[in-house]
Structure formats: structure tokens, C-alpha cells
Design a protein around this ligand. Sequence first.
Ligand code: 6R9
Length: 674
Amino acid sequence: MRYLVTLSVNWSLPFNEKIQVAEGIKSLTPEAFRQLHESSIKDPATFWAKVGSELDWFRKWDTPLDNSNPPFYKWFAGGELNASYLCVDRHAKSWRRDKVAFYWEGEPWEKSGPKDRRTLTYADLYREVNRVAYLLRSRYDIQRGDVIGIYLPMIPELPILMLAAARIGAAFTVVFSGFSSDALADRFNDSNVKLVVTADSGWRRGAVTPLKPVVDTALAHVKSVRHVLVVRRSGLNVEMHSGRDEWWDEALSHVSSGAKVEPEKMKSEDTLYILYTSGTTGKPKGQVHDTGGYLTLLHATMRWVFDARDEDVYWCAADIGWVTGHSYIVFGPLLEGVTSVMYEGAPDYPSPDRWASIIERYGVTLYYTSPTAIRSFMKLGDEWVKGHDLSSVRLMHSVGEPINPAAYRWFSSLVGKPRIPFGSTWWMTETGGIMISHVPGVGMIPMKPGTNGMPIPGIKAEVFDEQGKPQKPGERGYLVIQDPWPGMPVTIYKDPERFKQVYFSRFKGAFYSGDYAVKDEDGYFWVLGRSDEVIKVAGHRLGTYELESALVQHPAVAEAAVVGRPDEVKGEVPVAFVILRQAKAPSEELRRELNLWVREKVGPVAALSAVYFVSKLPKTRSAKIMRRVVSAVVSDRDVGDTTTLEDGASVDEVRRAYAELAEEVKESRVHSAT
Ligand code: 6R9
């Protein structure tokens, strides 16, 4: 029997619908692709060595894969290179010198169009990266191995800084600007940050969102930080601590435009960055990415997945605060010398067609976006799209969450012209780059709305059953990657044991992704969503445990369970079931207060969609909350096996609270409409 996906979104898999790509792109039958793929994974180290040799190394590696201490693999051991050299110098010293690296567009809008625009050529990028690298080293004494903390909006200073850090061998950790001061403090403490770079504020939907004040609050709890460098963005008046804080422009005004810094010769396995990501405990995991393996995977995927060519204008509409931005706004496209669009703000500001106007303005040819964005555009109607000439687009992909076939079809017919390559690339912060995807740059198998396609060449992925055996076609199982791959994490920062335990203990010798997936009879993969307590809210990865930890710190809360509820636009939204302490009464006011509390503790990115008050929660006999059961209730699914449940009445209690609030919301809608 086929498994029907009722996991996070209600749709069934259209396994058999196939769309051939239009002429001009090489197409392959699934069988032909599988054969090609088979040969690539026979000896992955040799296969990837060929790809790796396409980068410019200062020193060639001794061995493509040092697997002497699994799961701590070293890709291209003995090799030396520098990310900033590869992304900037090579192009600035070639014919690409005057080629545009970034068309940057700020969010503020005037009658005549975007108010703030900057164009950076590869020569501009080279100059600025060198100057910033010089500043970091000479003024702030940043050395190889130090960690820089970054809390910036989507402005050009962000990629410039990341490249400057890489140039001098410093690692960096970027925190998404939707996280709060507590989240910042945790991450900066864990990675022992020495310098923080932030901005006075950012722009979002026409509003100034303060950033520097958030850093100030966080730094009251971080001892390692010596300096804070502040970029002026909106001109917001912020406090500057003398001796610690400096303005970016003032500090840089002392660095000449010809300042040069030799790129450090980094070992392939040296850390490029640490990026924190949510897991199943309250403590985010610092994913450590290396240099050589990571860049090799990005090089490959820019070619195979995006088919990136010199004449393309590429736009990845993610935020650099998440891994998609690290890999596919900064390092991937720059590595290939691509021209990119970088946009600061909301895709629907000041009107729902802002995103479409960007495609038209720059003549975007390669477009990478998210299912949430697509669904929100779809909701706003076709007119907004039809008013723009989007004929430049020749290839599209989505990322971050499963894409439902309806959204896929809508977007593909309205933006993509039917039959241009359009896929859903599956990967994670951990994997560094795309793992399962259509590869138009290699050969396109027919598209199926909603699928992820097949593992890319060199990647051995499988769907396992509980026992770690390949699952039958059409049956749900666990998505794993069976062999080491370049771009895989080196470790969890300062916690190698956790690294082993989280990813390599569930199935022997395979990387456990935490996702559920189905493989269909043609060998296509369909990633269904998380099998653990991680949720994807508008494509943003959140651990429900982090939200629960925030809730139970509130004086009125005794216990809390947070789960994802399916949402038409955002895929999932977090909802909380809360048991109050004795003598605390449920009220609308408390509900609002708890919502604000979580926003403050974790950040606006974690806004709860609803808070339900209950007197008990479903638990096992060993007193563990059964989120699976809570989640089934809010997703209108059968609660499944409840033999381990301690008190059956708790499920009714959750049901009651859920139904009651739904009723209230319905009523208030009726009232406000009348
Ligand atoms: C790149 C990124 C990883 C989780 C992953 C999975 C979900 C990502 C997806 C997808 C279905 C796709 N995910 N891409 N699910 N189809 N094309 O999103 O990284 O933030 O670490 O999230 O996102 O559940 O496990 P990250």
C-alpha cells in the first residue's frame, strides 16, 4: 500500500505525473540518470577528487578523503586553499574584474523605485574585502582561528565581512537577525566570539528593526567580546560604549583604498564558519564547516543544480542568516564568478509584486526561492505577477520545506514558463550544500510536482526502515546519507560526542538526517518533513524544545509542549499547550504575555501562532511528554498507538483546548466582520 502524506501538509504524492523539460536543456530518462549516478558513487573519493581539482589550490591534497577516524572525516587532507581568494581574487584578476558580483537593493521604496541600490563589481569586492580584512587584523587583532560574531541585515557589508574573515583565516558565526538577545548570547558564548559586527538596525516591511540594542543586551552576558563594530543602516540613534564600540565607516576611513592582505593558506579541513542550528534539545548545535570539502560541494552544485553560466543573473531570495544564504548567496555564486541579486527586505513590500519587479529590473535568469514565498504570492493572486515581464527566468528551484504540487504548478505556469527546470532542492545546514535535486547542468530527468528528484552525483542517499534496511518503494522511512561527502560538517562545535550521537548512532555508518522520506518506483525522493521535534516555520528551522524552554521560564508556566500545526502558507506554525502553575488562571492577557515572552526570549522568528491552556498533557509512564500525540491532534490525524500513554484523558483535554480556541477565533472573526 502506498503511504499517503498527511504529515505536515495534506496532499498525496502524484508519483506518476511527469513533466519533460523544454528543449535546450539536456534531458535524461530516470534509468539513464541512475546509471550515471551509480558510477559516481562506486568510489566517491575519486569522483569528488576530480571535482575538487577544478578549484585553485595553493597546495594539492595528499589524499582526497582521510577516513581514518570516522565519523570525523577530512576531505582533501593536506590541501591548502582560501575561500576569499577563490571567490574574489581569481575573478578580480581576470576578465571578470568589471563584471557585477552583486546588484544590491535595499528595501525602502520611493515613488520612482528602490531608494537604495548598490552595484559591486568583482574589482569592488576585492578592494572592500581587502580593506575590511586589513581592519580586522590591524585594529582588532583578529587572528587565524578567532571567531567573529555577526548580527547584520541583508546589506553588502555582510558578504564582504564573511569573505574578509575567511581571508585572514578567522571563523565567523552569523546569527539571523530574527533571533533575540538571549539567542545571541548563547551562540556568542558557545563560540567564544572576540569581535561582534552588527548594524544600528535593519529594514523590514517599512519599519526600522533595531539590532545594536539587541547586541548590547546580549553582551551583558558574554565575556569574550572585546569590540563591536556597527554599520550605519537607517541612522537610528543607538548607544555607543566608548572603548568597545566603533562605527564601521569611521573605522574604515583610516584604511586606504589600496590596502592589501595576503589570503591565508588555510588547510582544507580548517573551519570556514560555525552556524548554529536547532535540534531536539534546547541547546542549538554549532555546525562546523570546513573549507575545501565545502567549497567543492558548492562548486559542483552551482554547476549541476543551477547550471550557472557567465551570462546568468542569479537570485537566491534567502537570508544570509541561514545556511541557504551562506552557501547560495555568498560562497557558491562568488566561487563561480556569477552575477547575483541581493535584496534586503520583504518580498511583498511596499506591494505584493516587489519580488516580481526585482526579477524584471535585473533580468533574473536563475531564481531560487522558498515554498512559503511561493504560497504567499499565490494567495495574493495572479495579477501581481502578470504585470511584469518575467521571461528572463530560465531555471528555478525551491528550498527549505516540501513544496505542495498546487504551489508548484501555479508558480511553474506563471513564472517559469511551462517546462523550464524547476525543482525542490533537499539539503540541511549540516550537509553544507544541496544533496537531492534535479541537476539540469548534468541532465534533467522528467519533473514531478512536489518531488526532490534524485541524489546528485557523488551522493549516496537512501530511505531506511526502522532496522536500517532500504525501505520499499512508496513506503515512508528515514532519509540517510550513506557515505561521507565533501561539505559534511566537521563536528558540532566543542561537542564531538553529540555529533556522533545525533547523526551517526541511529544507523551504523550512515548520516541520519532526521527527515522522513519516500522513494517512488522511479527512484525519485520525496522528503516529507521532520521525524523529530524540529519544525520548519516559513522555511526557518526551529526546535520546539527551544520554545518550550523559553515558556517554562515564565513564572506562570509549569509545563509546556510546543508542536507544529500545518499552515496553508508557512507550511507549519508553532502552537503551545501550556499547564499553568497552581493559582494562575488562564486569560487572554496571559496568552498575549506568553507570546511576547517567547518572542523576547527566542526572537520574532519564533512567534507562537496559538497558546492553549490545558490541565494535563499526554505523557508516557516515564513522564515524557508525547508530542507526537499533541501534534496528531492539531494536524487532524489519528493519534496512532497510545499504549504507552499514561492517562488517556489527557488526549481529550488537548482536543478540548484546541477545539475551544478554534471556536473562539471563529466567533471573533464573525464579530469583527459584522
Ligand atoms: C537548506 C535548509 C533543513 C530541513 C530538512 C528538511 C527541510 C529543506 C527541503 C526540505 C523538503 C526540500 N527541507 N529543503 N524538505 N523539501 N526541498 O533548509 O536547511 O534550515 O537546516 O533545514 O529543512 O526537513 O531537514 P535547514
